[in-house]
Design a protein around this ligand. Structure first.
Ligand SMILES: C[S@@+](CC[C@H](N)C(=O)[O-])C[C@H]1O[C@@H](n2cnc3c(N)ncnc32)[C@H](O)[C@@H]1O
Length: 273
């Protein structure tokens, strides 16, 4: 996989800020089911100062102020200001300190945080060891970082189905950005990077989900807009309907009496300073 050039990464996420903000509240209950595992691994306690990176439209960072309580603080960061504008409009954002920051050049003092979290962000950082080294620098001795990534592409239902439907309708094969989502899908790949960045007590947790999805509505619409917003944003209703029809056809083999049988796989790497 070739990494997309940095400018194109910024453009790609800027375009997607609108759909991410639009769907953020709709997908929040599903997001919370992933977030709870990351939060558990992060071991956040009242009074702590927590840094979240690649916060996007607010997952998991909006869940963190409640955990640190009034004595603690939570800083949300993202390299794309448009994403943070979306986050600022969400309920609970006033409990956060919000600032634009590239994970590879964090604008914070050494040893200034107790915990660091990141959900589905490190795969888009051009130099992940540089990013994780920055995280190690801003954590206090005994501090802890926990990062969530997607498992391998073949362990997911929705991403490949959506990519295939777009290819069938528009003749656009999945690009480098798409494969980048699964950059740390292999067992031990993210933990290797934690090691190179100087973390200790490194662990990796692999979690597989097998939910049933409803067959009576286009449940994939948020994911389609969020993951493929750079392609779908200028499409008309007829083109969207054609993509929906292909998605339905691709999901048909997974149909059961209780709904479509889906699968998803995430990994959480954690390490201490
Ligand atoms: C898949 S979204 C995840 C957003 C949020 N954490 C979530 O799980 O809903 C990836 C985010 O990474 C951000 N991002 C990409 N490269 C980054 C970098 N070098 N430093 C910080 N954030 C970055 C993007 O702007 C985008 O908001």
């Amino acid at each position: 996989m070739t990494l997309p050039p940095p400018d194109s990464v910024l453009d790609y996420w800027s375009v997607k800020a609108d759909p991410w903000t639009k769907w953020a509240d709709t997908v929040a209950p599903l997001a919370a089911r992933f977030n709870m595992h990351l939060i558990e691994e992060a071991r956040i306690e009242p009074g702590m100062r927590v840094l979240d990176m690649a916060s996007g439209a607010g997952e998991p960072v909006l869940m963190l102020p409640e955990l640190v309580g009034p004595e603690g603080s939570v800083v949300a960061t993202d390299v794309v200001p448009e994403m943070l504008s979306g986050l600022k409009r969400r309920k609970g954002a006033d409990a956060l300190q919000i600032c634009a920051a590239d994970m590879q050049a964090l604008p914070f003092n050494d040893a200034s945080f107790d915990r660091a979290t990141c959900r589905f962000g490190i795969m888009f950082v051009p130099d992940p060891v540089a990013g994780l080294s920055q995280v190690a620098r801003v954590l206090k001795a005994g501090g802890r970082a926990s990062f969530m990534v997607w498992g391998p592409r073949e362990d997911q239902t929705l991403f490949p189905v959506l990519a295939e439907a777009i290819d069938r309708v528009f003749g656009l094969a999945p690009d480098d950005h798409h494969y980048q989502i699964f950059r740390f899908g292999a067992d031990g790949s993210l933990t290797d990077h934690f090691e190179q960045a100087g973390f200790i007590n490194i662990t990796e947790r692999s979690i597989k989900f097998t939910p049933k999805a409803p067959t009576d509505r286009p449940f994939w619409r948020p994911q389609l807009d969020m993951s493929f917003g750079h392609i779908m944003s200028d499409k008309n209703e007829a083109e969207r309907a054609a993509v929906d029809a292909e998605i339905r056809a691709l999901l048909e083999p997974m149909q059961t009496e209780e709904g479509y049988q889906m699968k998803a796989h995430i990994r959480i790497a954690s390490g201490d300073r």
